[in-house]
Design a protein around this ligand. Sequence first.
Ligand SMILES: Nc1nc2c(c(=O)[nH]1)N[C@H]1C(S)=C(S)[C@@H](COP(=O)(O)OP(=O)(O)OC[C@H]3O[C@@H](n4cnc5c(=O)[nH]c(N)nc54)[C@H](O)[C@@H]3O)O[C@H]1N2
Ligand SMILES: Nc1nc2c(c(=O)[nH]1)N[C@H]1C(S)=C(S)[C@@H](COP(=O)(O)OP(=O)(O)OC[C@H]3O[C@@H](n4cnc5c(=O)[nH]c(N)nc54)[C@H](O)[C@@H]3O)O[C@H]1N2
Ligand SMILES: [Mo]
Length: 770
Amino acid sequence: MSKPKSDARIAPYTHAAAGWGALKYVAINLFKEKVSAGNYRSLFEQNQPDGFDCPGCAWPDREHASTFEFCENGVKAVAAESTSKRVRPEFFQEHTVTELMEQSDYDLEQHGRLTDPMVYDAASDKYQAISWDDAYALVAHHLHALDDPDQAAFYTSGRASNEAAFLYQLFVRAYGTNNFPDCSNLCHEATSRGLPETVGIGKGTVLLDDFEHADTLLLFGQNPATNHPRMLGELREASRRGAVIVSINPLHERGLERFTSPQHPLEMLTGGSTNICSLFICPTLGGDFALIKAMAKRVVELDDEAVAHGQERVLDCDFIAEHTSGFDAFAADLRAESWDLLLAESGVARDKIEELTQIYVNGKAVIATWGMGVTQHKNSLATVQILSNLMMMRGNIGKRGAGLCPVRGHSNVQGDRTMGIEEQPTKEFLDRLGLVFNFEPPRHHGYDAVGTIAAMLEKKVKVFVALGGNFSMATPDTPRTWDALRSCDLTVHIATKLNRSHLVHGKDALILPTLGRTEIDVQAGVAQGVTVEDSMSMVHISFGMNQPASPNLRSEIAIVAGMAQATLGSEKIDWLRYSGNYALLRDSIEQVFDDFFDYNLRVAKPGGFHLEIASRERVWKTASGKAQFLVNAVELDTPIHRARQQYGERLMVLMTTRSHDQYNTTIYAMDDRYRGVFGQRRVVFINKDDLAMLGFAAGDWVDLIGVWHDGIERRADRFLLVEYDIPRGCIGAYYPETNPLVPLDSVGYGSRTPTFKSIPVLLAPSAAIA
Ligand SMILES: Nc1nc2c(c(=O)[nH]1)N[C@H]1C(S)=C(S)[C@@H](COP(=O)(O)OP(=O)(O)OC[C@H]3O[C@@H](n4cnc5c(=O)[nH]c(N)nc54)[C@H](O)[C@@H]3O)O[C@H]1N2
Ligand SMILES: Nc1nc2c(c(=O)[nH]1)N[C@H]1C(S)=C(S)[C@@H](COP(=O)(O)OP(=O)(O)OC[C@H]3O[C@@H](n4cnc5c(=O)[nH]c(N)nc54)[C@H](O)[C@@H]3O)O[C@H]1N2
Ligand SMILES: [Mo]
């Protein structure tokens, strides 16, 4: 193992977020990616009415934005796709797969864009060029060879457009399975499964307009300065209007303190900045459920006091009476709940909880946002539900300036689910799909992401197809996941860039290179657009503008159609007709989903259209027909609690998170500047008292050792200890280096999302570095 590069250093960040620092990093990035002059223009056309949707995050565009919305990480995402570097067939001739496995994930992606379809040749241990038709035929051959369509699984990462996702699910269901593992299973599943039970639909209720009218914003478990930088623009405006913004996060994220907006020249020139969060509440990892329950309990207490003093009620009694069900049981449970338990489990002091609750009840229009800090825990589904219940207590759903705002990750992850990328499809959807396309879709539910890996290990899944993403690195229990993938008969990756998943392959393996969203997609002589749905349910069209990275690239839609045609023929569904004209696909989508009426017409308008969200209109599609209060207890018998009983305070709970210079498994560079980490990624953030308690000092090297009940050794070696402002007993490190520590069966209740933010581990002095 090599020592970190000499430019590695730890230096706390003292500036405002974005500002000149962001511009500097953009310049470095463009230089590194060797973005050709012709492609520079595309950097300024993202999220413009006639441009393409940024392949970065799912934060919505400002409608009719007239100026370029500068976003450092959006530019990095576009630059990564617009790079002039190429991975051609000759590249694979020069390297065996075994050799490529020695390269870092960073190096793999840095080789540039894939140019031609490739097939694995076991004799030479190399990928070799293959024609598109032969590639499709190989897929068909393997799919036909299976005893049962359920022996194949079809992964989707959230960059796929609505059209690609729809065609993909149609192909897979016509083939005969609902095995749709997707990145959502690893991400916001607790939101998508939790909200329907409380408010009737698994999506957020706010629009950008609401940010202009909110007086209070509570940000739970989210790091927007890095992951949704354009959101800082909204927060800046809110703050300047006097809205109160609170971050609820074990880490005091520096990027949420102050923001220098690149959109505002004066702020840039004068070195000015806007304060964003006025309060930072730092719960223990996974403590949000107890914290929010404590807030809800406090609201009831405040309401009782108001009643006793004849003052205005704190609860929104009209909303509760007219729109909700289950409040009495909910309130009774809150009254009975022990403060001591809530304080211990949240890790937040009572006066802080009271201060936070006071801010909440002072708000006339409150938005609650949340990200992975909420959804990647054991109890995340209950946390999402109690958060929506807290908001319901004061009618903060379905009114201007207020609402639920889950902040999605991938730019079209929400749209992919809308289009039927769903391993648990509803009967209504399948009925409709079968009716429109005249076939009988499979009815039983399929495997999700974790279920797919487990099924591969049991030899129940033998063919794995991925529409984008990096399944081998984004998933838990890395060595076992790799065993699982290697046991497959065929692995297929539709991808833009080389990544680890292409190297951890089945007996047969294909890499199918595709156009990215920034590229011009011409079919039958006509430039095609694709549509996406952002985090706020706005659907809009996106046209690429760069020349394709290679003449031999195909669009995702064309590749899906090619696989479908080779596997199923065109008797029932004319796949190639769709790939020749995406408008026809949208016509068919409209036939399956009522709320996509006049699809082609409505996406032709600048800004697109908003999908109606019933809960936003205070229409509740729940079993009771009302917004539902749910009673959930603080979970005290979790793997973390059990491990702590066994190991006492030596047991650390690890969260895995993103650095500023990465996009999921794609590493752009080695810095995380807002957290003061430079030139390296193998670091562990730890509280100073835990350092002392464990007998370590900052700068020591440690190995992380997983604690789980199945006897399998899980470890990640050689991490630098960095003293950090993080609650005791909690540590933080980056993903995906730490994924080997996440047990496959450590998943959230009801969401089955891996508990990427609460992994029980022990620290040991590193054997790797003396
Ligand atoms: N540049 C860039 N943009 C991205 C991505 C990227 O990798 N890079 N990824 C995209 C994707 S797919 C997603 S899902 C989003 C992810 O965006 P985020 O949701 O911001 O994801 P993370 O960076 O994993 O973690 C978010 C925060 O959760 C906090 N946290 C951890 N555990 C807890 C907890 O128990 N409670 C609370 N309250 N907070 C906690 C962490 O300290 C961290 O600040 O971003 C999307 N956008
Ligand atoms: N430990 C830990 N693990 C995590 C998380 C965590 O916080 N901690 N977060 C989880 C989350 S929230 C998510 S969403 C997943 C992400 O999981 P994935 O979505 O599977 O992973 P990405 O890293 O986003 O995928 C990157 C690859 O996608 C391909 N790609 C890029 N653009 C395109 C395109 O336009 N089309 C196609 N076909 N391919 C393209 C490129 O080849 C690139 O290498 O990871 C999860 N894993
Ligand atoms: Mo995500």
